[in-house]
Design a protein around this ligand. Structure first.
Ligand SMILES: [Zn+2]
Ligand SMILES: [Zn+2]
Length: 384
C-alpha cells in the first residue's frame, strides 16, 4: 500500500508530466492515453474515446448496487506560457492555465487510493472529460451514451481556486457558477466615403449607440434581486481610414444564474437591437447562443461534501463560498442528469489568476484533492 507522502510525490511527477504536454480541447490524445495507462495499472475497467477523447474508469467493491461518479477535466488553453519551470509547456502556444493538469492528477490519485484501499461498497465511475474550456466536452460524453453505458446516481467534481490558501475547502448549496451565453449582433447599412456620410447609412455610430443602449439591460431591466452580466467584448467593422463601414459586428458574453434571467437578457437585447437599428436606418440581426448552463449544487449532497471534507481538511479551513461566481463550468451539464456537488480547493494566496500566462497549479494541493475524492466515495458508498 502506498503511503500518502509517497503518493503525493508520485502525483507531483504525473502533474508535471501533464503540465509539460498540454493539449487543447478534443485533442487530449496523449493526456487520455496517460490517464488510461494509469487506470489500467491500478486495475480499473477502462473505456476510452468516450465523447471524443474522454476516458471512463470503473472500480467496483463489495456487492452494493449504488454508483457514484467523480469527474476531472483534461484540456489546456491556447495561451503561450510564461514560465521558467523545468516542466513548462513543450507545446508552443498551449498551456495548462486553468489547472486541469492538477485536477486530472488528483482524480488519478483518488483512483489509486481507492483501488488499493477499498473501504467502500458499490461502483465508482472516474470520468475524465475533454474540452471543458469550450463547454463542449461534457455534452460530447453525454451524447456518446455516458449515462446509459456507465450509469451513476450522483456526481462530484472540483476546481482549484487561486487566492484561497492551500488546504482550504469551499462550496455552497444552490447556484455556484453562472450560465454563459454568447451573442453576435450584425448591423448592415451602406458604407461610403468618409466625407459624404449623408449619402449612405454607415453603421459605426449605430453600433456605438447600440453598445451604450445594451448597458440598460442589467441596470434597467433586470430585477435588483437577480444577478446578470452583459459584456460587449468586440466591435469589428469593414471601415477603413477614409471609408465608413457598411457592416459592423458586435460580439459579447452574458452571465446569469437562472434560465429566466438568460431568456430575459436575450429578449431585451433583441428589442434594443431592433429599436436602435431603426433609429439609424440600418438592419440588425442578433445571434444568441447558450454555451454553459448554470452550475447548481444539490443542498443535501453539499452537506455530504462538507462531512467528507471534515475528514481531510482542518475544520476552520472549511467554509461556505460567500457568493455565486460569474465564471462558468462544464460540470454543470452532468448536474442536469443527476444531483451532485462541485467544490473549490485552495491553490494558494499567491497563485496567479486562472487563464493567466504565469499561472501554475500548486502541487502542495494535489493530495488534498485525491483524499477528498476518496472521502466522498467512502461516505456515499459505505461498507456495511
Ligand atoms: Zn478555465
Ligand atoms: Zn478550469
Amino acid at each position: 500500500m502506498t503511503d500518502l507522502t509517497t503518493l503525493a510525490r508520485e502525483m507531483t511527477g504525473w502533474r508535471r508530466d501533464l503540465h509539460a504536454h498540454p493539449e487543447f480541447g478534443f485533442e487530449e490524445k496523449r493526456t487520455s492515453a496517460f490517464v488510461a495507462a494509469k487506470l489500467r495499472e491500478f486495475g480499473l475497467e477502462i473505456a476510452e474515446g468516450v465523447g471524443g477523447t474522454g476516458v471512463v474508469g470503473t472500480l467496483r467493491r463489495g456487492s452494493g448496487n449504488r454508483a457514484i461518479a467523480l469527474r476531472a477535466d483534461m484540456d489546456a488553453l491556447r495561451i503561450p506560457e510564461q514560465s521558467v519551470a523545468e516542466y513548462r509547456s513543450q507545446n508552443p502556444g498551449v498551456m495548462h492555465a486553468c489547472g486541469h493538469d492538477g485536477h486530472t492528477t488528483m482524480l488519478l490519485g483518488a483512483a489509486k487510493l481507492l483501488a488499493e484501499d477499498g473501504g467502500f461498497d458499490g461502483t465508482v465511475r472516474f470520468i475524465f472529460q475533454p474540452a471543458e474550456e469550450w463547454g463542449k466536452g461534457a455534452l460530447a460524453m453525454l451524447d456518446d451514451g455516458l449515462m446509459e453505458r456507465f450509469p451513476f446516481e450522483e456526481i462530484y467534481g472540483l476546481h482549484n481556486m487561486p487566492g484561497l490558501p492551500v488546504g482550504h475547502f469551499e462550496t455552497r448549496a444552490g447556484a455556484m457558477m453562472s450560465a454563459e451565453d454568447n451573442f453576435e449582433i450584425v448591423l448592415k447599412g451602406v458604407g461610403g466615403h468618409a466625407a459624404r456620410p449623408h449619402a449612405g447609412n454607415e453603421v459605426l455610430v449605430a453600433a456605438c449607440a447600440l453598445i451604450t443602449n445594451l448597458q440598460t439591460i442589467v441596470s434597467r431591466r433586470l430585477s435588483p434581486a437577480d444577478i446578470g452580466v452583459v459584456s460587449v467584448t468586440e466591435l469589428v467593422t469593414d471601415g477603413t481610414r477614409n471609408a465608413l463601414p457598411g457592416l459592423a459586428r458586435i460580439l459579447g458574453d452574458a452571465r446569469s444564474f437562472r434560465p429566466e434571467v438568460s431568456a430575459g437578457i436575450e429578449r431585451q437585447m433583441r428589442v434594443i437591437a431592433e429599436g436602435t437599428a431603426l433609429t439609424y436606418n440600418v438592419s440588425a440581426e442578433v445571434n444568441y447562443t447558450r454555451e454553459f448552463v448554470p452550475l447548481v449544487n444539490d443542498a443535501a449532497l453539499v452537506e455530504e461534501a462538507f462531512a467528507a471534507a471534515r475528514t481531510v481538511f482542518e475544520s476552520d479551513h472549511i467554509a461556505t463560498a460567500r457568493e455565486p461566481m460569474t465564471g462558468s463550468e462544464d460540470f454543470a451539464r452532468f448536474l442536469e442528469h443527476v444531483p451532485g456537488c462541485f467544490v473549490f480547493l485552495g491553490n494558494g494566496r499567491d497563485s496567479a489568476p486562472l487563464h493567466n500566462p504565469t499561472y501554475d497549479f500548486n502541487d502542495a494541493g494535489l493530495i488534498h484533492g485525491a483524499r477528498f475524492h476518496a472521502a466522498i466515495v467512502k461516505r456515499r458508498l459505505p461498507t456495511k
